[in-house]
Design a binder for this molecule. Structure first.
Ligand code: PRX
Length: 636
């Protein structure tokens, strides 16, 4: 079957929700509410915001006076933690499980909302005693353990912002982020468990602190018990601090302005330095809670498992904040999906009675590889809904997920969104007829389009650039310390129209279903992780033998994309198999293992424009044996 044909036929293939799903869904009809949410966007969002607890109600839902620096719920006072924890304590939810956590070695910890509040309040008091104040940014570098969520919530509770750096990142990446955020306090752990091995977080943190001198206090959670270097007067053990009288379990939740900073989260862009996207207490709380409740149909009795890492936006929004605001029971797991055996996830779904699983296409493809026998050994009947995020899901993986894991009865919510958007932007609802591989339609309040460079809608079914035409409460407010880059990156291309450029290409079919194709900028998605080609290239050229480098993404069965690098060596250096390995390991050391190139080609030249920009699309076309397209700007 040709690609053309297979695309055409999958566009006609619908999967319909069962009567039971339709009868019980939180949202019963899409079209009508969608129309209403567009004609009265502010009214729609005000209704959603009313579901939260505000210390003081807003005067204005949306302030577009300084667009694209939009403000939401202007004048409103709240705290996201008051909504995620405090208000539940006044109800029976006080004794409901907020968190079920399983460590990779099999240890289990559970927290009721009462217990979570106790731990968060105690740690909040510790942070205060360390001089952390409203507006400060605390950097968190941790494995996936409850203390990661506790640290995030403790920061937010006292009005400090957090900057979580994914535990797989290297010294360089951590140091750069600490410095950009001017963090005085770092929270880390002595290590975490991954595939039976210890990840050396504290050692990396120690190195990073040497490079970024802003850190005065480093708090370390003892997770593995391995020996780590602790410096006098700078390093403190979490458990020591938590047993001090100052770690009182009563702590006032700070009253925040809706527009006050909640966190920054760094993500890769087209130029070298990662950008710190800034999210706020008000709009982010409203947007994440609403999308979570409506898309995943959250019910009081649900056990929600978002199998992402809290170090990414998916974890911020849908492991920590939204599910707690919605009073759900959150499942969290520390380690690898196939450790010690490929049934690890399936056994946990059975063991804890998980009702909703939200994960990535890469994880699904990875588990699919081990065959059906592993999930079939477990009772997965507790599952009601499934979800996917991070990259386009290929129909084969979608169907396997639907049939083998969901037993043909669990709709799959393929949610398209970004670090920048805070929450789901294009997504089905449980009632939506699904097409495998399509994120379906925009969420309420969002107007989207697929356009050409001038902003004209491309024809139905044709590929174009995805834009978001209207503001939404969960949108990032800026890039930390770099508002110009925020405008330049997202708003400049369609400045006249005032549209947000997503950086993805997409198609909209004749039923109005959106098909995301992938990034069109110099961002690569590897196993759902977002990497900038510029970051990989600068890691390569930081090696003494490398003169120039170019990184591209090539299709990969498991990872979606894999990094392929072209390298020009310095004069006098000869390429060899060993040098390729050395360079791969060098990138892994500089960026963390997710940046490691799959393959390296040594070359004498790279195709460049006359202005000296590397034409990565030409490299990609050559590698794939495709037409190289317009070469008029190529330097001869
Ligand atoms: O290319 C899109 C892809 O992930 C990008 C955003 O990456 P990040 O900020 O790391 O956030 C990932 C988790 C929200 C997008 O520009 N992407 C995300 N979800 C999907 C997707 N591509 C296709 N389908 C999705 N459901």
């Amino acid at each position: 079957m040709s690609e053309e044909k297979s695309v055409g036929s999958r566009e006609k293939e619908f999967y319909y929700p069962s009567e039971e799903i339709l009868a019980n869904a939180n949202v019963k009809a899409y079209e009508e509410l969608y129309k209403k949410s567009i004609t009265d966007r502010e009214g729609f969002w005000a209704d959603q915001a009313d579901e939260l607890h505000w210390f003081k109600k807003w005067n204005k839902v949306l302030d577009a006076a300084k667009a694209p620096f939009y403000k939401w719920f202007v004048g409103g006072k709240l705290n996201i933690v008051d909504n995620a924890i405090d208000r539940h304590l006044k109800t029976w939810r006080r004794n409901k499980l907020a968190l079920i956590w399983e460590g990779e070695p099999g240890d289990v910890r559970t927290y009721s909302y009462h217990a979570l509040n106790r731990e968060v309040s105690k740690f909040a008091n510790i942070l205060k005693s360390m001089g952390v104040q409203k507006g400060d940014i605390v950097t968190i570098y941790m494995p996936q353990i409850p203390e990661l969520a506790i640290a995030m919530l403790a920061c937010a509770k006292i009005g400090a912002a957090h900057s979580v750096v994914y535990g797989g990142f290297s010294v360089e990446a951590l140091a750069e982020r600490i410095e950009d955020a001017d963090s005085r306090v770092l929270v880390t752990a002595d290590g975490g468990w991954r595939r039976g091995k210890i990840t050396d977080l504290k050692t990396i943190a120690n190195e990073a602190m040497k490079r970024s001198p802003t850190i005065e206090v480093c708090i370390t959670v003892k997770r593995t018990g391995q020996q780590v270097y602790m410096e006098n007067d700078r390093d403190f053990w979490y458990h020591d601090l938590m047993s001090l009288p100052v770690a009182n379990q009563k702590c006032e939740t700070e009253v925040m302005d809706a527009e006050d900073m909640l966190f920054i989260l760094y993500t890769s862009g087209t130029t070298g330095r990662p950008k710190g996207l800034l999210h706020t207490h008000g709009g982010y709380a409203v947007y994440t809670a609403t999308t979570h409740k409506m898309v995943f149909d959250i019910k009081e009795e649900d056990r929600w498992w978002c199998a992402a890492d809290p170090g990414w936006i998916t974890g911020h929004s849908y492991i920590v904040y939204a599910p707690l605001i919605n009073g759900a029971t959150v499942m969290m797991y520390e380690g690898a999906p196939n450790h010690p055996y490929p049934n690890r996830w399936w056994s946990m779904i059975e063991k804890y009675g998980v009702t909703i699983l939200y994960t990535s296409p890469t994880a699904i493809r990875g588990l699919m590889r081990f065959g059906e026998a592993w999930p079939n050994r477990h009772d997965l009947s507790s599952l009601r809904l499934l979800g996917s995020v991070g990259e386009p899901i290929n129909p084969e993986a979608w169907k396997w997920y639907h049939r083998v894991i969901g037993k043909d009865k669990c709709p799959i919510m393929d949610t398209w969104w970004q670090t920048e958007t805070g929450g789901f932007m294009i997504t089905p609802l449980p009632i939506t007829p699904l097409k495998p591989g399509s994120a379906t339609k925009p969420f309420f309040g969002n107007e989207i389009a697929v356009v050409d460079d001038k902003g004209v809608d491309v024809k139905t079914g044709e590929e174009g650039k995805l834009v978001i035409k209207s503001p939404w409460p969960g949108m990032a407010r800026t890039i930390y310390k770099n508002p110009d880059r925020y405008v330049e990156t997202y708003w400049k291309d369609y400045q006249q129209q005032g549209w947000y450029k997503a950086g993805d290409s997409a198609r909209i079919d004749e039923d109005g279903y959106v098909w995301i194709i992938g990034r069109i900028d110099d961002v690569i998605k590897v196993s759902g992780y977002r990497l900038g080609t510029a970051e990989i290239e600068s890691a390569l050229v930081s090696h003494k033998d490398v003169s120039e480098a170019a990184a591209i993404a090539l299709p990969h069965d498991l990872k979606g994309n894999a990094i392929h690098a072209y390298v020009i060596l310095r004069t006098g250096i000869t390429g060899s198999k060993e040098l390729k390995e050395t360079l791969k390991n060098h990138v892994s050391h500089e960026m963390g293992p997710i940046g490691k190139p799959e393959s390296i080609t040594f070359t004498d030249s790279l195709p460049k424009t006359r202005s000296g920009k590397i034409m990565r699309r030409v490299l990609k076309a050559r590698a794939l044996g495709q037409d190289e397209g317009d070469l008029s700007t190529l330097e001869q």
